[in-house]
Design a protein around this ligand. Structure first.
Ligand code: PAF
Length: 283
């Protein structure tokens, strides 16, 4: 597995792969990898002849007071996992490489609507940072396929919309959320939870499951279902930012005609902000 630190090195390698007729999949990450990331690499492996992952703690997607400085940097363990997952190369850029003019004064990409709703409303600028770094990665790597986890469902839709709007010639693939045995979605931030909080954390997924059951039972009182879910989270000891039932296609509020829904939630537990979502297919 090759470790690449410059855009020129990435371009050279990917160009050689593409010249030989190989397709290329990209798995962008912030590092501090877990089984969820390994599953993204596995999906990439099945989708393309060559797989390149990136590890970059992207400063532009962290807001003031968020965990940019303390985000765990675990390069050795990360590269070992990627090697075991069959990844061919890892791009390890610095901030200077990704943002040659500096991270505060560079071109920003914004996806209207989606970037300021739900998590975007609670983390202003977050999705502009995500779109801006992912577009740079797409331009450097020029992959045929890029794989992102469905745990960040809003991010996945936003990146798909960016790709469509900007006529990017690649396929964006969503990968199912990988969960702990008790239902908690795997996340690097789960390690911020102490033992007591870790016992409470599965309440997030359980609450989404409860919303799903109500929707499947025919309840269409979206607002009431959301309010009850928030209360349930509060009683469990979480501090919800939101619980929202949305149309799965575009995250707009559902209408009577919506058949594919997504229930999304974000909640604080200690210093961890947990997010999760669940799909609901109505008949
Ligand atoms: O989902 C993530 O890990 C990040 O938002 C991403 C897509 C790697 C961009 O920094």
């Amino acid at each position: 597995m090759q470790l690449l630190r410059t855009t020129a090195a990435v371009r050279r390698l990917v160009h050689a792969w593409q010249e030989s007729g190989a397709s290329v999949a990209l798995v962008p990450t912030l590092g501090n990898l877990h089984a969820g990331h390994v599953s993204l690499a596995g999906i990439a492996r099945r989708r393309a002849d060559r797989v390149i992952a990136s590890i970059f703690v992207n400063p532009t997607q962290f807001g003031p007071g968020e965990d940019y400085a303390s985000y765990p940097r675990t390069l050795r363990a990360d590269t070992a996992q990627l090697r075991a997952a069959g990844v061919d190369a890892v791009f390890l850029p610095t901030v200077r490489v990704m943002y040659p003019r500096g991270d505060r004064d560079s071109v920003t990409v914004s996806v209207p609507g989606l970037s300021t709703d739900l998590c975007g409303a609670h983390r202003p600028g977050h999705f502009d940072g995500v779109a801006s770094v992912v577009l740079r990665l797409f331009n450097i790597v020029t992959p045929d396929v890029a794989v992102f986890g469905e745990k960040d469902y809003q991010q996945l839709l936003l990146l798909k919309r960016m790709a469509r709007d900007l006529h990017l010639d690649l396929e964006i693939v969503g990968a199912p959320t990988v969960r702990e045995a008790d239902g908690l979605a795997m996340s690097s931030r789960n390690q911020y939870l102490d033992a007591g909080q870790r016992r409470i954390a599965p309440a997030l997924y359980a609450t989404l499951g409860e919303c799903r059951s109500q929707l499947l039972a025919g309840n269409r009182a979206w607002g009431r279902i959301e309010r009850r879910a928030r209360q349930r989270l509060e009683v469990a000891g979480l501090r919800p930012d939101y619980v929202a039932i949305r149309d799965a296609r575009d995250l707009a509020p559902p209408t009577g005609a919506s058949r594919s829904l997504r229930v999304l939630a974000a909640a604080w537990l200690g210093r961890a902000r947990l997010i999760d979502n669940i799909g609901v297919r109505l008949r």
